[in-house]
Design a protein around this ligand. Structure first.
Ligand code: ZN
Length: 360
């Protein structure tokens, strides 16, 4: 993997990742003035959950026509966020970030009675998976998917090293139904100054399990799933030599798959070469199954769970992939029970969803 770091016209960082050495010296010729991201992190006194308030994001780009796509390469006099006429994988800082180091210059942390507020420091990045506007992640070749994995890994290492970052979250939202404002295949990376609520909850359960059994909860869950291999009611969708994909026991979404490396690691930087080499085949297979679930490719969220820093070695790296579609043309909305109470109601038995995904 070859990396070239450069700057956009407003000072934001742009990083090219190439499979082979490439000259990336195109200059951003747009007249852009710098935008200072300012946001706050407030803590919910009842749950301890961090809530980010980023009021400056209202003016961001919303569904631009394809010929104005800011993630396509810059060609034919049309200037985008990527100055090069072509690229393989490109990562740049979001122009309208929910979290930004500059927040620290504008927001003073305070705590008063039940309330705590801190600046929304950290960083938000956009990852362009391919220059091909009409493709999706599932259309990538294994070599392209490997380059994306290498880019995620490099970003994780670099962002974890920042003093204002607690957790690095790489994710993809795919499909307009899920609120994606740009059609170009891309993901995002949030380098967060706090531990996310889902991770904090998991860490508490993992610690409880360690005290009760002396074992790691992720190890026990993976072993329990792999023990059912070959059983018609197994929740395993794909079993590789280095990765296992399964529908979780208490799936919250109609189609939800968790992808674990068979050897537990804390984050992407700890994956060994055999696991990295097998990942593209397994992940592309999984995404293509999701694309075949319905007549129209399903919207999905793919979320990498990584251990926060400083080291929370008990948290296991894994990816959670789910679609909000229940059936052709029908979305699962987070309504009264889910949004109001955090209590999910799933209409599809996880074992049935796993069989459907296996047989696709
Ligand atoms: Zn595009």
């Amino acid at each position: 993997m070859h990396k070239t770091v450069t700057k956009l016209a407003d000072g934001r960082e742009l990083i090219y990742y190439d499979a082979e050495p490439a000259v990336r010296d195109a200059v951003d010729a747009r007249p852009l003035s710098p935008v200072a991201g300012v946001s706050e992190v407030r803590v919910d006194p009842f749950t301890g959950d961090a809530v980010t308030i980023a009021a400056h994001r209202q003016g961001r780009t919303y569904h631009p026509p394809a010929d104005e796509c800011p993630l396509c390469p810059s060609r034919d006099g049309r200037l985008s966020e990527v100055p090069a006429a072509d690229y393989q994988v490109a990562v740049f800082e979001n122009r309208f970030p929910s979290l930004a180091g500059s927040s620290a210059d504008h927001v003073t942390p305070w705590s008063d009675g039940p309330y705590t507020l801190a600046p929304g420091t950290g960083r938000c990045e956009v990852v362009c998976f391919t220059p091909d506007h009409g493709a999706s992640f599932g259309d990538l070749t294994e070599q392209q998917a490997r380059l994306v994995l290498d880019a995620w890994t490099d970003r994780t290492a670099e962002l974890h090293a920042r003093p204002d970052v607690r957790q690095v979250y790489c994710f993809e939202n795919r499909g307009a139904d899920i609120g994606v404002t740009l059609g170009h295949p891309h993901g995002q990376i949030y380098a967060l100054p706090f531990t996310t609520p889902r991770t904090a909850q998991a860490l508490a359960k993992v610690a409880e399990h360690r005290r009760a059994t002396g074992r790691n909860l992720y190890d026990d869950v993976l072993a329990a799933e792999r023990a059912t291999l070959g059983d018609p009611d197994s929740r395993v969708v794909l079993a590789g030599e280095h990765w296992t994909a399964f529908v979780p026991f208490a799936a919250r979404w109609p189609y939800e798959v968790h992808l674990y490396p068979n050897r537990r690691v804390a984050d992407l930087t700890e994956l060994d070469e055999p696991a990295r080499a097998e990942f593209p085949r397994i992940y592309l297979d999984l995404l293509r199954r999701f694309d075949r679930l319905f007549p129209e490719p399903a919207p999905y969220i793919a979320a990498w769970h990584q251990a926060p820093r400083p080291a929370e070695a008990e948290l296991a790296l894994h990816l959670e992939l789910f679609t909000i579609r229940r059936t052709a043309g029908k979305l699962k909305y987070l309504a009264g029970t889910e949004s109001g109470m955090g209590a999910f109601m799933n209409d599809i038995r996880p074992e049935t969803a796993a069989r459907t995904l296996r047989e696709l």
